[in-house]
Design a protein around this ligand. Sequence first.
Ligand code: NAP
Length: 283
Amino acid sequence: MTISGKAQIAGVFGWPIGHSRSPLIHNFWLDQLGIDGAYVPLAVAPDDFEQAVRALPALGFRGANVTIPHKQAALRIVDHLDPLAREVGAVNTLVVEEDGTITGSNTDVFGFAENLQVGGAVPMGGTAVVLGAGGAARAICVALREIGLAKLTVVNRTLAHAETLANTFARDSFSMAACAWEDLEKPLSEADVIVNTTSLGMAGAPPLEIDLAPAKSSALVNDIVYTPLQTPLLKAARARGLTTVDGLGMLLHQARPGFAAWFGQAPEVTDELRALVLKDLGS
Ligand code: NAP
């Protein structure tokens, strides 16, 4: 890796930030593409976040990613807000423009959609079930709508959270419904795409226990949890012969737009990058 006095710099804001794989991903691409640049972790406490973001142009940063707990705060700090980020209600990518202003966007929508398309064909006008109604689910509802699905049911422990998503993201050509866990069977039986966005199944969390028996044999099952990579949901889906897509691709693909904007080259998600991140995750 080359870091000269003219290096282009970007980073990732979080608090804490030590767990983030973004430095590994972006520095892999910088190295692979021979770019004179660096991507650094920026451990910034919530009280200091706005000041730190405002300092990016003066420090010569090309931009930064934003992770927990700053994604909502970034919404009101940026000078220009991408419409998708406004709709999702979270910013995860900052770009410093030529004039020193800062644009905020949300690349989770792109990352999820890219990962799903890589994994298997999603039928236009199809039907989806999203399990969970947290921050990630918001981006995923928008992504499924933008991909061209026609109907989405959100299933969540707290029904009111699912109802909020259904009320927020439905459109004339995209109907949405909220559903309690105990009523999952019918939407599951109609779904072309089934996505887990809850933290269930993650290492250290309780397992996600749903019966996939009602699912169509053509259903595509995606778990955005990627630690472990093969979650209990994906194992159960494979055992039934369903097509599965793991969650690591979402993490990798969401990094692409920021990198391209900051460093001027379009990076690719390769098997080598996947293997590097998997090794770091201990999988
Ligand atoms: P979040 O905002 O905290 O939402 C968590 C969701 O899980 C909520 O719907 C919550 O339901 C549900 N939940 C939590 N514990 C539960 C339990 N014991 N039983 C039933 N439901 C439960 O989290 P998030 O930011 O959306 O992230 C969710 C997961 O996605 C995390 O594992 C995260 O690592 C992963 N993720 C992956 C990517 C990727 O790139 N692959 C990106 C973002 C997030 P309530 O509404 O009832 O609380």
